[in-house]
Design a protein around this ligand. Structure first.
Ligand SMILES: [Fe+2]
Length: 196
């Protein structure tokens, strides 16, 4: 049975024995996820350049920005966590919808993102301010090495779907990114992508 919105009582998958998960590679739907994380516009305050545009979006219906579907697996060394990330298309002002982004709490852990559909970037940064934007499109896998903060950015008109895998003990450090931000943002202006 599917649970929603980080249900703390979601039954854990018994990850001690092999199991399978059905994923629709076209829609990105994971059948019977244990947990679905939903981020709406109102969860993204402080992340976009144009705060007034975000407020207007919230007032106009507070649309979902992204959803993360996952199985509950022990967050301990040796296991792997995996999820489907679905980042909807849209703009806040002229800035592309994006995820909050995070470092891993255990900083020396990597992550892979296999893009299943849509288009955009995986924006990566180090704590020293260096950055790299890796294009994402169907069939392209992005490798995020240890120590790199990362956020998905949707520059297209369809959901940006990706399947991600990372060490189960990695954890999510959102706080440092919330304070630091990323060195670059992605906008669509006059139909063209602008990174600045
Ligand atoms: Fe991550």
């Amino acid at each position: 049975m599917a649970h929603t919105a980080l249900d703390p009582h979601a039954p854990a998958t018994d990850a001690g024995i092999p199991f399978g998960v059905d994923i629709d590679l076209v829609t990105g739907a994971m059948r019977e996820p244990d947990r679905v994380l939903v981020r709406r516009a109102s969860d993204m305050k402080g992340y976009y350049k144009d705060a007034a545009a975000l407020d207007r979006l919230i007032a106009a219906g507070d649309p979902v920005h992204y959803e993360v579907f996952e199985k509950v697996i022990p967050e301990t060394y040796g296991h792997l966590l995996f999820c489907i990330s679905k980042l909807y298309p849209g703009r806040v002002g002229d800035e592309c919808f994006m995820t909050k982004g995070h470092y891993h709490t255990v900083s020396g852990t990597a992550e892979t993102y296999l893009c299943l559909g849509g288009s955009g970037h995986m924006m990566c940064k180090l704590a020293d301010g260096s950055w790299q934007a890796e294009p994402m499109c169907r069939g392209r896998m992005v490798y995020v090495p240890p120590h790199w903060g990362h956020r998905s950015i949707n520059t297209g008109d369809d959901p940006l779907l990706s399947f991600c895998v990372y060490p189960a003990e990695a954890g999510h450090n959102y706080g440092d990114i919330a304070v630091e931000g990323f060195p670059r943002r992605v906008f669509i202006r006059d139909g063209r992508e602008v990174i600045e």
